[in-house]
Design a protein around this ligand. Structure first.
Ligand code: F6P
Length: 530
């Protein structure tokens, strides 16, 4: 049934019409306990929804909606390994990637937890060899630089987590990420590296992705060019992370040097699988295990906590309130932690590739807006760029503010200044300011959630990511869409394959695109002298 047909949906619409425009100033004035009443804690996260435009009644109606939409049944189906990714007929089991050793989960006849730990143990053994210098490159020298080659889910997770967890990393090991098919990224990533001491981790679930295979081929040429051309160097300088052993082998990487995962791990849900290998090389197996423990703690909370206290569930529901009832189109993710600087980009894929869908599970066109446009960048930089529009523009932009109480590098007054800005922004957005001059007045009533952790460490990062994964899951379950496929990325890939020979060929091609695309291709060819 479409969510709009559920009784709670109509009740929420009526509730919005009667009290949806009540100002946060009045909500706070009416309830002196509001600040603490709308704070929720689990797995090391404190999530403060007090500055969302909600009341106890809104939350009650939203949890009714979750019940009527049977989010719990869908969640249980995911945890049980049912094929909830219907268009690809796959289980969705990223939660198994962080289940502790010894636990068992039989899916389609296999104990997936045992499989996960077998790979984790191989990754740990490999990481220890590389980190200790025992793994020698072609010239016998130890590895001093790791370059992860991957894109989308095979890049954004390890890239984001490496930046977030640099204080826990071996800083003598250079770690770089190459994703873009723009050759600039590869050239810049390796310009100060020595092939003799560089290890490439080629990460691709399918091992067919144009960008990754192009970069991996360029990396192989760079390596062999620098090491005299002996192909035996590949085994010492290339490892692969993939579900596709055949393609890995066809590329020339020995499958002994391959770390596998499974079709039940979606790309954007894979940073805690072998896709995290470059991160594990940087922070070591023990810290990687702590990261997994943080994910798992949030998974268990999501699986077992009652709706009224369930952090990801409530976050998903409040997002639906903002999007479908208050009319917000976007969500700004604003980390007040430079370490989380790549979190907005990571969440863009997680949320927008998951819930950017226009049909429901039965293939019918949805009747409501689905996933929001996710964007953002770290505070305080954003304050001097786009916050003006959030404060005084005409659009409603809900924001997630994230911060850590304890800094990992305590430099002078910096951390207090940083966090003072976070708290000030949420206060200003909620309460605004009346002034005589219209240009100087702030309406306020702009909804925000603040997420605080004590310290940004592997465990809390894991909990933050799992929180967002399950938030996105909750929203997909309410909208009744498949959050785990991504057909929308296919058309552009197919068209690019057609256009590549039209750009590269020496003979003028017969162009059969629309007149705009034809003209662009012709212009490009002329500029390239073709
Ligand atoms: O952008 C589409 C996509 O399929 C993502 O879902 C995925 O994370 C990315 O490409 C990379 O895919 P692969 O890991 O197979 O190279």
């Amino acid at each position: 049934m479409a969510p709009t047909q559920l009784p709670a949906w109509s009740a929420l619409a009526a509730h919005r019409d009667t009290s949806g425009s009540v100002h946060l100033r009045d909500l706070f004035a009416a309830d002196p306990e509001r600040g603490s009443a709308l704070q929720f804690e689990a797995a090391g996260l404190m999530v403060d929804h007090a500055k969302q435009r909600i009341t106890a009644e809104t939350l009650a109606l939203l949890t009714d909606l979750a019940e009527e939409a049977d989010v719990a049944a869908r969640r249980d189906a995911m945890f049980a390994g049912e094929h909830i990714n219907v268009t690809e007929d796959r289980a969705v089991l990223h939660v198994a990637l962080r289940m502790p050793k010894g636990r068992s989960l039989i899916v389609d006849g296999d104990d997936v937890v045992a499989q996960v730990h077998e790979v984790l143990d191989r990754m740990a053994a490999f990481a220890r060899k590389v980190r200790s210098g025992q793994w020698a490159g072609q010239t016998g020298e130890p590895i001093k630089a790791v370059v992860n080659i991957g894109i989308g889910g095979s890049d954004l997770g390890p890239r984001m987590a490496y930046r977030a967890l640099r204080p826990f990393a071996d800083r003598d090991l250079k770690v770089r990420f190459v994703s873009n098919v723009d050759g600039t990224e590869f050239v810049e990533a390796v310009r100060d590296l020595d092939p003799a001491t560089t290890l490439f981790v080629v990460s691709s679930k399918t091992f067919t992705t144009l960008e990754t295979l192009t970069n991996a081929t360029t990396a192989r040429d760079w390596l062999l060019g620098g090491l005299g051309g002996d192909e035996s160097a590949i085994a010492k300088h290339f490892v692969a992370v993939s579900t596709n052993a055949e393609k890995v082998s066809a590329f020339g990487i020995d499958t002994d040097n391959m770390f596998g995962f499974w079709d039940w791990v979606g790309g954007r849900y894979s940073m805690d699988s072998a896709i995290g290998l470059s991160l594990m090389l940087a922070i070591g197996p023990e810290k990687f295990a702590e990261l997994l423990a943080g994910f798992h703690e949030m998974d268990e909370h999501f699986r077992t906590a009652p709706a009224e206290e369930n952090l990801p569930l409530l976050a998903g529901l409040i997002g639906i309130w903002n999007s479908n009832f208050l009319g917000a189109d976007t969500l700004a993710v604003l980390p007040y932690a430079d370490d989380l600087g790549d979190l907005p980009a990571y969440l863009q894929q997680l949320d927008m590739e998951s819930n950017g869908k226009h049909v429901d599970l039965a293939g019918r066109r949805v009747e409501t807006d689905t996933g929001p446009i996710v964007w953002g960048q770290p505070g305080t930089n954003g304050q001097h760029a786009f916050y003006q529009l959030i404060h005084q523009g005409t659009r409603l932009i809900p924001c997630d503010f994230l911060g850590a109480c304890q800094p990992l590098r305590d430099v002078g007054r910096h951390h207090d200044l940083l966090m003072a800005n976070l708290f000030a922004q949420t206060e200003a957005l909620a309460f605004g300011k009346t002034a005589d001059e219209p240009a100087r007045s702030f309406d306020g009533n702009r909804p925000t959630t603040t997420i605080l952790v004590d310290r940004l460490e592997p465990k809390t990062l894991g909990a933050i990511i799992a929180y967002y994964e399950h938030k996105v899951f909750t929203q997909g379950a309410i909208w009744g869409i498949d959050s785990f496929d991504q057909w929308g990325v296919e058309l552009g890939k197919v068209l690019a394959q057609q256009i590549i020979p039209e750009l590269e060929g020496q003979e003028a091609p017969v162009l059969a695109h629309d007149s705009s695309t034809n003209a662009l291709i012709a212009r490009y060819r002329a500029a390239r002298g073709r």
